[in-house]
Write a protein that binds this ligand. Structure first.
Ligand code: ZN
Length: 288
């Protein structure tokens, strides 16, 4: 889908923003918008969902590696490339939320983000096969959401993590896992200051499992996934469910629902006060 008709809609630089490969027991899923730091537009998110659905359904696939092409894992949600498609309609939605296009007021963002941000992340977290995220360079805001839904994270030594969205007037990304990924004291620092957290510190805090040299990143992620894949499939699926269920019993799901409401109070407030410029204040983020 491109803007060939000149309708003023998104102009996609590629028809395939996600690459899917089968390698032995593994599915290797690559974000493939390197020109834009693998920014996540809806085109990419739905291609990613398709790749995960394919990996889930393929009996030969025992584990998944999620990686990004180019210098960066993901610069976050697409808030300003020619392929930014906030306003596009997605008929092939994965939840039962209706189309956000044609809605107004606070409804538009709420419906769109229930489906394509919170909804898709939860769906991917529930994928009954282990997923290893291989993170290099920037892992910013929406990038965190992709890394955090993985079971394990291996980071290159040049990786950094940040959630700078307070500058956009919202209290963190839509998938508010911050307090489950790091100590709440550190999570406050992470969010309030919006600073880059280097891979090494993320490792010390337990947010990532391993840090390796940049050129060893893919091999390490593949080695971890290959090892996990040796366990019996059903036992692995149950182990994954065990962690997810216990996290949710400890409040992860309900907590995120509560914060999602605050997130949308902020979006609505920004709309009311006129501080909402087409959904973004990228300039404010760059100034941090
Ligand atoms: Zn939002």
């Amino acid at each position: 889908m491109s803007d060939a008709a000149g309708t003023g809609g998104p102009v996609y630089e590629t028809e395939q923003p996600v690459r899917y490969e089968r390698r032995d027991d593994l599915a290797i899923v690559s974000l493939d918008r390197p020109r834009f730091g693998n920014a996540q537009n809806a085109q990419l998110l739905y291609a990613l969902d398709e790749a995960f659905a394919r990996a889930a359904a393929d009996e030969a696939v025992k584990a998944i590696v999620l990686r990004g092409e180019g210098r960066h894992f993901s610069s976050g949600h697409d808030i300003g490339t020619p392929g930014c498609d906030f306003g596009a309609s997605w008929p092939d939605r994965r939840s039962l939320w209706y189309d956000h296009v044609g809605t107004a007021g606070a409804e538009t963002n709420y419906v769109r983000e229930q489906e394509s941000y919170l909804g898709l992340c939860r769906r991917w977290r529930a994928l009954p096969k282990p997923m290893i995220a291989a993170v290099q360079g920037a892992c910013i805001a929406g990038g965190l959401m992709l890394a955090w839904v993985a079971d394990m994270i291996v980071a290159a030594d040049d990786a950094f993590f940040s959630d700078p969205v307070l500058a956009m007037g919202v209290p963190g990304v839509e998938y508010f896992a911050h307090v489950y990924e790091m100590h709440p004291r550190i999570a406050r620092e992470f969010l309030y200051l919006g600073e880059r957290m280097p891979a090494e510190r993320a490792y010390q805090l337990g947010m990532v499992n391993r840090v390796v040299p940049r050129d060893a990143l893919d091999d390490e992620a593949i080695a971890m996934a290959t090892k996990a894949a040796k366990a019996p499939r059903f036992a692995l699926a149950l182990a994954k469910q065990a962690f997810n269920q216990l996290e949710d019993l400890a409040g992860k799901r309900a907590g995120m629902d509560a914060v999602f409401s605050l997130h949308h109070l902020a979006h609505a407030h920004n709309q009311l006060t006129g501080d909402w410029l087409g959904g973004v204040r990228a300039d404010a983020i760059k100034q941090r």
